[in-house]
Design a protein around this ligand. Structure first.
Ligand code: B12
Length: 438
């Protein structure tokens, strides 16, 4: 085997982690397979971290290169896997990619168990790196987005590659993952990159440097038709952060979805100010059964500062979706830097209002991910970051307190909100201190 791709797992097992196969690794795998490399893959979110499985893959597959995917939350486990690889097979090349190494490549390169980092998209970079390392073709040092240590040990990261055009990517090699173990197996890409908005709590815009490339409706529907025929799929989730950003594109996609011989049901996420009654009813007609809206707060003052949406728009979006027969999920976060007990009371009142309008509520702790304003400008915003354990950066631990609210107050308020709303465990923050869900 030339390459093994590993998804580093979360420490606190949660429903999110096992929802769907790691699409980024599946795309990298298909690019490598297309170029003639042998590829194996492991998603440790399915089994939990199992270093003995790493040993057996090293012994059986003998990969020349291991690529590990890491978010901030899974970064410590990615390093544990890298450490085990170097302990057992020091000659195996270890490459890290994904959200955390992209935003903080130097941090990953400070670890001697990591040979290379890829900042940004991984398909092209991994193919070129494997060509250089496995076949001796080309020089690794020239690869866009590649990070490595130069001779004196200092880290160097090449400027990032352009985003790949999603129409040009071979279909993701999902079959390398144990598909029967996921809940929502069929995540489908509609755009590479991310959202152009710069919400102060979200790292997506700094992660992708505000870049985005849309996949054509024809290419999306061709993949859906393949999934229907080959796997009997009847329900998918579009991975986009902001599915309805471009109204004309959405219109064309909806037409193409409606024209499918065996239509699929689908879910997506977007902003409340990018939908209206006409659009959501057209989405419902084209098979949409669920929309996730980031509402975040019930205080207009907080919303003005962190996101720029109106409470009235959130209510309208929920009402329109529910009228159209779409399941609306509104996610909220606690706390924001300017929150007080009064704004949190407004949030709870608004959650009740939104729920009365028919939405399901999802609540998480605000997590100051690297690359967000809350992390980069913490001091200026009065945010105190409480943990240096990246595995606690999971939106389920309280890792920040604000000028107005202590960690204890944040936890107590969130728990009281969840209790008052009678929330299901999977929709609410983890109960204090416990590191594992019971
Ligand atoms: C879809 C999505 C989800 C889905 C599905 C995730 C999945 N299993 O696929 C769901 C809804 C489950 C989800 C959940 C969460 N998510 Co999410 N999610 C996304 C989203 C919108 C798109 C990810 C995606 O599929 N992209 C398409 C694929 C093809 O690209 P990719 O995964 O980025 O991979 C490419 C590169 O990153 C790179 N790469 C990745 N791995 C590797 C490995 C190697 C070796 C190399 C070389 C390159 C490489 O190459 C890939 C191909 O180009 C991103 C935002 C964004 N636009 O990036 C957030 C994002 C990844 N999520 C994020 C977060 C925080 C969460 C949650 C904690 C949210 C919560 N409140 O609970 C949970 C945690 C889940 C968990 N515990 O693992 C953050 C991560 C931030 C960080 N610094 O860690 C992001 C960036 C959004 C944000 N707001 O900042 N998420």
């Amino acid at each position: 085997m030339d390459v093994t791709l590993i998804n580093a797992p979360v420490t606190l097992r949660n429903e999110h982690a096992r929802l769907s196969p790691p699409l980024g690794l599946a795309y990298i795998a298909s690019a490598l397979l297309d170029d003639g490399f042998g590829v194996s893959a492991i998603d440790f979110n399915v089994s939990g971290l199992n270093l003995r499985r790493v040993d057996s893959v090293l012994a059986n597959d003998r990969p020349a290169v291991v690529g590990i995917s890491a978010t901030t939350e899974t970064f410590p486990n990615a390093l544990a896997i890298a450490g085990r690889i170097k302990e057992r097979e020091p000659g195996t090349v270890v490459v890290l990619g994904g959200a955390h190494p992209t935003i903080r490549p130097e941090e990953a390169l400070a670890e001697t168990d990591v040979d290379f980092v890829v900042a940004g998209p991984g398909e092209r970079a991994m193919v070129e790196l494997c060509r250089a390392l496995v076949r001796g073709e080309g020089a690794a040092g020239d690869i866009a987005g590649l990070g490595f240590r130069v001779q004196d040990g200092t880290p160097h990261v090449n400027p990032r590659a352009e985003l790949p055009h999603p129409d040009e990517l071979p279909l993701p090699a999902r079959e390398l993952f144990p598909l029967e173990f996921y809940k929502d197996t069929w995540n489908v890409l509609t755009a590479t990159g991310s959202c152009p908005y710069r919400c102060s709590f979200c790292s997506a815009s700094s992660l992708w440097q505000g870049r985005r490339r849309m996949r054509s409706p024809g290419s999306i529907v061709a993949e859906l038709e393949h999934l229907v025929t080959a796997h009997g799929v009847d329900r998918v989730f579009f991975t986009d952060d902001i599915f309805t950003l471009n109204r004309r594109w959405v219109g064309e996609l909806l037409d193409a979805l409606r024209a499918m011989e065996r239509p699929v049901r689908w879910g997506c996420a977007t902003r409340v100010d990018l939908v209206d009654a006409e659009l959501v009813s057209a989405m419902a007609e084209a098979g949409c059964t669920g929309i996730q809206f980031g509402v975040e707060s019930g205080s207009q003052e907080v919303l003005d500062s962190v996101k720029g949406i109106e409470k009235a728009q959130a209510l309208e979006a929920v009402r329109a979706s529910v009228t159209a027969g779409i399941d609306a999920v509104c996610s909220f976060m606690i706390p924001f830097p300017q929150d007080t007990h009064a704004t949190l009371a407004e949030s709870l009142a608004f959650m009740r209002e939104v729920r009365a309008a028919g939405a399901r509520i999802f609540l998480s702790y605000t997590c100051p991910y690297p690359g967000t304003l809350f992390f980069e400008d913490a001091e200026k915003l009065g945010v105190r970051i409480l943990s240096d354990r990246w595995d606690e950066f999971d939106a389920k631990h309280v890792v920040m307190e604000t000028a107005n609210l202590s960690a204890e107050e944040i936890r107590e308020t969130a728990e009281a909100m969840a209790a008052e709303l009678g929330m299901h465990r999977s929709d609410m923050p983890t109960i204090s201190g416990t590191h594992r869900l019971p």
